[in-house]
Design a protein around this ligand. Sequence first.
Ligand SMILES: Cc1cc2nc3c(=O)[nH]c(=O)nc-3n(C[C@H](O)[C@H](O)[C@H](O)COP(=O)(O)OP(=O)(O)OC[C@H]3O[C@@H](n4cnc5c(N)ncnc54)[C@H](O)[C@@H]3O)c2cc1C
Length: 386
Amino acid sequence: MTSETVLHADADQGLRRRIRDFVAAHPPPDIRGLARDARTTQMQAWAATLYDNGFAGPAWPREFGGMELGFAEQVAYHDEFAKFHAPGHPGNGPFIAGPTLLRYGNDDQKRRYLPAMLRGDEVWAQGFSEPGAGSDLQSLSTRARRDGNYYIVSGTKLWSTFADVADMMFALVRTGGPETGAAGISYLLIDMHAQGVTARPLRDMSGHSHFCQVFLDDVRVPVANRVGEENKGWQLARATLGYERAARSLLHASAYRRRMSGLVGLLKRRGALDDPLARDALARCEIDVRIMALNAARIVSATEKTGTPGPASSITRLHQSLVEQSFYQTAVDLIGADALIATGTDAVQNARWLTGYLHSRGATIGAGTAEVQRNTIAEQILKLSR
Ligand SMILES: Cc1cc2nc3c(=O)[nH]c(=O)nc-3n(C[C@H](O)[C@H](O)[C@H](O)COP(=O)(O)OP(=O)(O)OC[C@H]3O[C@@H](n4cnc5c(N)ncnc54)[C@H](O)[C@@H]3O)c2cc1C
């Protein structure tokens, strides 16, 4: 089976038609070039439009506002919306925190947080990494001390995407002693508007500020905001990391299919495909994009069957991150020096290929580095010794 048949099988023409009618009645906002705050506002408004019209959360249960679609329909859903350049969801909620809460949250937490998360009323950030804990996450040191019905949380989180615009953060904190490793970690939901929380944006090499350093200074967090048992948060963290690695895989696959078509069209117009070496490089991209779609299909169907993406999510994430880099590298190479013009009327398509190229450098770091994904594949799938 090719990725074309997986992604374009038109398994659900009815759903595709409903999406086209919906988009005709509610055109998605164009958020390209908007400043960060305006962009987030537009993304939230679009998430609310989807939710209010029954088009949010393709894989989520209906009980919390989702569509509860089967696998083939999810493929059609992402494929169809990608054609209309619809904005993504703001924050790391529905793809990462949401599945974890659905699986491990109690009824009160699900009712309180899930619908607002899906509708975009509350934007979520992830607070896992710290200045002294990245790949070695079990060594994290943000401390949560129990005080009656509250935890008093102090420490620093790093590289927290969306934290400057987030309302809530799902975070790992140390509730056990300093030497307890994985056995002393709890999973907390922290209100980003609480006293003692400061999110400081960090500028990356593209000139954007997607992530932040978050300072937690004696922040009072209700014990009711702990997901799962005290000191048992590592199991949840592993599930969250799996969801993060599998997250958006179908969305990504559809987006790259669209980007591929855009790139081919652009290169043809520029006469760049007369060179057989250029055509060869582009064919490699096409193969990669098809494999990306097949990997996405595998991970979504595994999650549907078992409720968790499992270690195979590392294969999906590793491949996707490497393809992101080689795809944009090829695009910039084939467009030529013009691709490097960042601003002004000479910038090629508003410098989208340059921006993509710069952002793609972080792809092999976020959601676990490429080396860490390879470790997981070696140890948990191939069963090689450590
Ligand atoms: C775009 C982007 C978005 C991110 N968003 C978030 C977010 O929202 N929330 C959040 O909490 N974090 C986020 N992160 C942080 C990310 O999870 C960490 O950067 C990542 O886990 C690596 O940690 P580190 O930066 O501390 O590097 P380190 O862990 O210090 O790694 C340094 C180098 O050593 C290698 N290495 C480390 N351990 C091993 C090992 N056991 N075997 C082989 N090699 C090893 C690594 O591969 C890497 O090359 C984001 C990062 C990026 C780039």
